[in-house]
Design a protein around this ligand. Sequence first.
Ligand code: SF4
Length: 365
Amino acid sequence: MSGPLPLVFDAPRRATPPRHFADLDDAGRAAAVAELGLPAFRGKQLANQYYGRLIADPHAMTDLPAGVRDQIADAMFPRLLDAVREIECDAGETRKMLWRAVDGTTFESVLMRYPDRNTVCISSQAGCGMACPFCATGQGGLMRNLSTAEILEQVRAAAVELRDRDHGRLSNIVFMGMGEPLANYNRVLGAVRRIVAAPPHGFGISARSVTVSTVGLAPAIRKLADERLNVTLALSLHAPDDELRDTLVPVNTRWKVGDALDAARYYADVTGRRVSIEYALIRDVNDQPWRADLLGKKLHGSLGPLVHVNVIPLNPTPGSEWDASPKPAEREFVRRVRERGVSCTVRDTRGREIAAACGQLAAEG
Ligand code: SF4
């Protein structure tokens, strides 16, 4: 590796994707329908089709008069994403999709089926500007922000896939794919609003089942709390001390561990929701017993019972010198965090063999 990568908060200017129905809120939909000279009830019909029946092609919307379908397709339903590649593992229970947007940008989503839930992990940006050195996505830099519709199309595709294979409904959404969701705040917020809104205004997925992850953009965490959407917040901490976190999560040079935890506490207070702390355990880097003690102490002091730690065995990335901690070190780490009165478990890492696990999404075309 040749020195640290720069942090990038503003996406480079690239062609923006065409406007899509899913980019629009209720007022925007009404305006778009009026622009086409159509009666207002068509807006509700389109929403029913898209969010309720998961149809994005007006030609398949049988309650629309044939004569307006082309017009609606051209104005509101441009094709945004093509599935370039699909790989599965875990006996088909984990499926990674590689998407290509109209400007050629690629990014990924991962659908994971569990006995009690179906979860899709979606991308909020193509690439990522946060430059975490242990993460494959971070090494490629930020290509661009995804639009609200590009985010929602990943959700719709997952729901369609489950339905068409008789695998039940999509129940959980995690913003843990490519990108830092809170660095693409407005578009992600638009997507979250439409994910949790009841049909026909959105997909009707419970806010409790939606997780937004962040490396700790403290002001944006507070802003998200004030939206009162009550989604689950996952803070990727990875180190309890500033000295190490400055190198593992470079945004820490801007917002320190204390700033991120204060913001997380604010989030928990405002929403009443327990915050998840993500901790990728890396052999001989952040897995020392004293760091487990410090993590437990800091979390107990700042968040008390309003926190749960997910220890994630590091997913090796190609060319990286870092590796997961040995199991005994992992068990001892968890034990010590719990000893401080903090709830802590090791997270199931699905999709490791298809490079679909956290920190491995690199959109190799
Ligand atoms: S770990 Fe997350 S925030 Fe860090 S570079 Fe990777 S995708 Fe970005």
